[in-house]
Design a protein around this ligand. Structure first.
Ligand code: R5P
Length: 262
């Protein structure tokens, strides 16, 4: 582990460390994408090394696949695995119902396919990801490059009359060129500020020709694991609220956290 982690990385790390304990020998596990999910992959790499943990990972992006390979973890494809025991992934936002916005990193399509093929989905996050109402961060929508301008106009039209606060839609760029996802598509970011009815919006978006998938994850996540920079970790589910509060503490200069909750 690197020393002197910034507070937000400490929070992401402890969330990932707690969630990594859900993985058991022989499981097939969806590995999310993003900075928080990268901590999870590292924590699993550590468990594989120190405890001999053996599992099959299904990465949700090429980035995650590369990291898992670097750490010597066994990875497979969804085509081969078909169904998964568990997916652990980050999120851009979650509300109290555990509905999510995902896709700031552009991996929402594979992430949603893998999460819905899993028995359970666990989200790992720092406390900044919790919101009262979804929509503060842009909602990514993956679209086919062919005629994306028309798809964009259809989305703008469909947003009229929906319970949202903003209606601006922008094409995600990477330098001078449109961003391209692992599946070869583009991303439209919807700047909605407030999403009154995530389920309705998600269904509406997916009916538009040219839309492949949207970043709203409604009724998919089972548990949110939230990490804090002081080492605290809380577990929430929708029906039972807070399930557990754990605390990890730095015990060595190598930033190794130890569970001191017991
Ligand atoms: O496409 C990216 C994914 O949905 C990420 O899980 C999400 O953006 C959260 O990423 P991070 O953990 O870096 O905040």
């Amino acid at each position: 582990m690197p020393t002197d982690l910034p507070p937000v990385d400490k929070a992401k790390f402890v969330a990932a460390k707690r969630a990594s304990a859900y993985v058991e020998d022989g499981m097939t596990v969806g590995l999310g994408t993003g900075s928080t999910a990268a901590w999870l992959v590292r924590c699993l790499g550590e468990r594989a090394q120190t405890e001999g943990l053996r599992f099959r990972g299904v990465p949700t992006s090429e980035r995650t696949a590369d990291l898992a390979r670097e750490l010597g973890l066994e990875i497979t494809t969804l085509e081969e695995a078909r169904w998964l025991d568990l997916t652990i992934d980050g999120a851009d936002e979650h509300d109290a119902r555990l509905d999510l916005i995902k896709g700031a990193g552009g991996a929402l399509l594979r992430e949603k396919i893998v999460a819905t093929a899993s028995e359970r989905m666990i989200v790992i996050a720092d406390a900044s990801k919790k919101v009262e109402t979804l929509g503060a961060c842009p909602l990514p929508v993956e679209v086919i490059p062919f005629g994306w301008q028309t798809t964009c106009a259809l989305i703008e039209e469909a947003l009229i009359g929906l319970d949202v606060m903003g209606r601006e839609v922008t094409l995600r760029m990477e330098g001078e060129a449109p961003f391209v996802t692992d599946e070869g598509n583009h991303i439209l970011d919807l700047h909605l500020k407030r999403i009154g009815d995530p389920r309705r919006l998600g269904l509406m978006l997916n009916q538009i020709a040219g839309v492949v998938e949207n970043g709203l994850f409604v009724d998919i996540c089972d548990v949110v694991v939230t990490g804090y920079a002081d080492g605290r970790v809380t577990l929430h589910d929708e029906t039972r609220g807070t399930l557990e509060e754990t605390r990890y503490e730095f015990v060595t200069e190598d930033n190794i956290f130890t569970d001191i909750s017991d």
